[in-house]
Ligand binder design. Sequence first.
Ligand SMILES: Nc1ncnc2c1ncn2[C@@H]1O[C@H](COP(=O)(O)OP(=O)(O)OP(=O)(O)O)[C@@H](O)[C@H]1O
Ligand SMILES: [Mg+2]
Length: 361
Amino acid sequence: MPDTHTEALRFEHIVKRFGDFTALNDVSLAINKGELVCFLGPSGCGKTTLLRIIAGLEVQSSGAIIQNGKDISRLPPMMRDYGIVFQSYALFPNLTIYGNVAYGLVNRRLAKTAIRDRVTELLTLVGLADSGVKYPGQLSGGEQQRIALARALATSPGLLLLDEPLSALDAQVRVRLRGEVRMLQQRLGVTTILVTHDQEEALSIADRVVVMNHGVIEQVGTPMQVYREPASPFVADFVGRTNLLPAIVRENAELEIDGVRLGANGTPVGFRPGAQVSVFLRPEDVVVRGAGENLPGSLPGRIENVEFLGAVCRLGIRVEGIESQLVFADFSARGMLAFQLERGCPVRVTIPGRSIRIFPK
Ligand SMILES: Nc1ncnc2c1ncn2[C@@H]1O[C@H](COP(=O)(O)OP(=O)(O)OP(=O)(O)O)[C@@H](O)[C@H]1O
Ligand SMILES: [Mg+2]
């Protein structure tokens, strides 16, 4: 039995078809009270459709939505308990900022003084206490989204739905605002679903990330889980930069890539010799040493590509014998200078068995 003390929202076997096209295929999930969950996935995977179904703006073909233990599957949007913010600044252009935030409260026929107090409180909460008299057109994109957030929170909804609220903003504002959204969400304790296709955004603020692809959930987990223990090659590839190397399992749990043996590392448990697999490995887990340091199990290679990322450089290394693709490895920018590493330098690469994951091909 689901626990209504801790569970805020649950959807069960949601299917959504548009004609012959299945946009959501048997999606189920439970979300806890006060949790911030991110729906993360590529364009067209069904994130917005799922959010709209929760909001009642779209009707599922089958399946149920339970909020606080109550089946809301067929309730019209007006009867549901949520606030919503869209990607585009969907403020009413002809209303002042005050009028925008007050909108839902006026509809509820609250007393004028109660409305004024609440709007003042919300504008202060989003750091725009002095903007009440302005019109949306007089605010920046980031400010407009803060107001949209205030408007969504005005009636103290039990659920906050955010559909890519930050993606139209420039990078700096986006990063600052996502921190603010998270702080506000935690302070208010409001259960929140944030839709995004930006994996960094999802990893940085979510309690749990729901990775979606082609209308199904590929994985649900904490940011650390989906990053460190991806459940499928899709998740491994979509969440963070990764090496996905085609390999063959050999005897004694050895892996072979393009005929190069990586050495026994005990990882391919459950795979028969001869099995075709994909080896998943994060660039930060690849160990790079100078060409003179011939550690056991290390492979010779040459730096073919250097991508400067600030604190680290991402090296594209052509490992001898592995012709099909570069192996990406992160190396500290400081180390690059200290060891005078650059494009063309010979190196030795170690792929530690404990940090790789293996998927069937
Ligand atoms: N009203 C509709 N009629 C027909 N197809 C639709 C409709 N709404 C959505 N779709 C299709 O359903 C799929 C999922 O759409 P959805 O908007 O949920 O994607 P998304 O994950 O939000 O993508 P994005 O990141 O681009 O916003 C898409 O292939 C889309 O074309
Ligand atoms: Mg969308």
